[in-house]
Design a protein around this ligand. Structure first.
Ligand SMILES: Cc1cc2nc3c(=O)[nH]c(=O)nc-3n(C[C@H](O)[C@H](O)[C@H](O)COP(=O)(O)OP(=O)(O)OC[C@H]3O[C@@H](n4cnc5c(N)ncnc54)[C@H](O)[C@@H]3O)c2cc1C
Length: 396
């Protein structure tokens, strides 16, 4: 007899681990399969919007105990060195994924949640009652509901032959940690021809430097070092970091072949969480908050499902709807704003416009960030009266 759980979660990144912690609090049995292990570095700007803080606290995690820094100011620079500043009203915190993901994993273990490391989900099939999951360790599992929090790029997308999979994937993300002094409350977005680079501080006075460019640029210059000296160093801020800072990794962390094209939040009955449901362009700095928020939405609806308040069909329908209501416009704004950067002539105009009309920047920040989704305390009554429009809704 295979191991059985109410919920199976593919992927132990932020979305997967937050969902596991939340479901466990609700008394819903779950398993997380994670193909990697912890701690590990990830390509990420490591700037986390404060809209997540109350929810993280509910899950039992305080990032500031692990040295997270407060961030409340934003700077954007043109490659000629001109800058524009904005206050971040809601604010954010800086914490490395090395610490963040590991801390959530440790919390999951402390709470006796089943997390299988170095176990890759290699296939699944669906019957009327359950999903049957197969993994790289030749194990088989049965779960009633399957969540996939497999990130921006995974074998799961290939197995499912997801529509976006082969499209629009010329992107390259590169990340370093530096010893380089910057104001700890500042997140900067430094532009260069063909891309942009986020710079902000995480724990232990480490400065995260993470940029997005294209694989074609890498091909043109032949190596990451050449690409950086020809493209990134045209911006004086970046040149200074790379020439005067101390790199803390031997090699940069890189990721490529991912897509910002629309995805579906529910596919084959599986609830997609985090980047698996849709990837927001990194300049928005909101991907992690969206991943964590999606875990909140899915877990809250799963509570209703397992308490027999909604059917499986309603669960999927409502999840897709809540996902779109909360995230779709942020994704669209992020995608369109990103188009303004990376092409010299267009981004020059865009950055000059920001200097002339500084109120535009806070407006963009507002449109790409969410609000604290947990201020009302525990989800439940409020969420269902507001979020679930009642019996008739699903019959429409
Ligand atoms: C260049 C760049 C900079 C960014 N900067 C920021 C930023 O500053 N702020 C921000 O909020 N967001 C940022 N993001 C986005 C952010 O990193 C993601 O939105 C976030 O990591 C999504 O979390 P997740 O849990 O969905 O996926 P992930 O954290 O990627 O986790 C997915 C997990 O699934 C596992 N997995 C995959 N397939 C399988 C399988 N078959 N079986 C088992 N396990 C599997 C993987 O090993 C991984 O651990 C950035 C993204 C990029 C590319």
């Amino acid at each position: 007899m295979p191991d059985q759980f109410q919920v199976g979660i593919i992927g132990g990144g932020l979305a997967g681990l937050c969902a596991a912690l939340h479901l466990n609090k609700l008394g819903i049995s779950c398993i997380v399969w994670e193909k990697g292990e912890y701690p590990r570095h990830k390509v990420c700007g490591e700037y986390v919007s404060n809209e997540t803080l109350h929810y993280l606290s509910y899950l039992g995690y305080d990032p500031f105990k692990d040295g997270a820094v407060n961030i409340d100011e934003f700077e954007i620079s043109h490659w000629n060195g001109n800058t524009t500043h904005a206050k971040l009203d809601q604010g954010a915190f800086g914490l490395s994924r090395y610490v963040f993901d590991h801390a959530l994993y440790q919390l999951a273990i402390k709470n006796n949640i089943t997390v299988h490391l170095q176990e890759n989900v290699t296939g699944f099939s669906k019957t009327e009652e359950h999903y049957e999951i197969k993994t790289s360790t030749n194990q088989t599992y049965q779960v009633q509901i399957l969540l996939s929090a497999h990130g921006k790029k995974s074998n799961i997308d290939r197995i499912m032959d997801r529509e976006f999979f082969q499209k629009d994937n010329d992107y390259l993300g590169v990340k370093y940690h530096f010893k380089y002094p910057i104001p700890s409350n500042l997140v900067a977005l430094h532009n260069f021809e063909t891309g942009y680079c986020g710079v902000s501080m995480v724990e232990n006075e480490i400065t995260n430097v993470c940029y997005l460019t294209s694989k074609s640029s890498l091909k043109k210059y032949g190596s990451i070092e050449e690409l950086e000296s020809h493209l990134l160093w045209t911006n004086p801020f970046l040149k200074d970091i790379f020439t005067n800072g101390e790199k803390l990794f031997d090699e940069p962390k890189t990721i490529s072949d991912f897509s910002f094209k629309p995805k579906k939040p529910v596919e084959d009955g599986i609830l997609m969480l985090g980047d698996a449901a849709g990837l927001i362009t990194p300049l928005c700095g909101n991907g992690m908050a969206m991943a964590i928020h999606a875990a909140f939405i899915a877990s809250t609806l799963l509570e209703a499902y397992f308490n027999k308040k909604i059917s499986a069909e309603e669960l999927r329908h409502k999840y897709a709807e809540e996902w779109k209501n909360n995230f779709q416009s942020r994704l669209d704004v992020g995608y369109n704003v990103q188009k303004l950067f990376g092409k010299k002539s267009i981004s020059s105009v865009a950055l000059k416009s920001l200097q002339v009309a500084p109120f535009v920047l806070p407006a963009i920040i507002k449109k790409t960030h969410g609000k604290d989704f947990f201020t009302k305390g525990l989800p439940g009554k409020d969420f269902f009266t507001k979020g679930l429009p009642g019996k008739d809704f699903f019959k429409q």
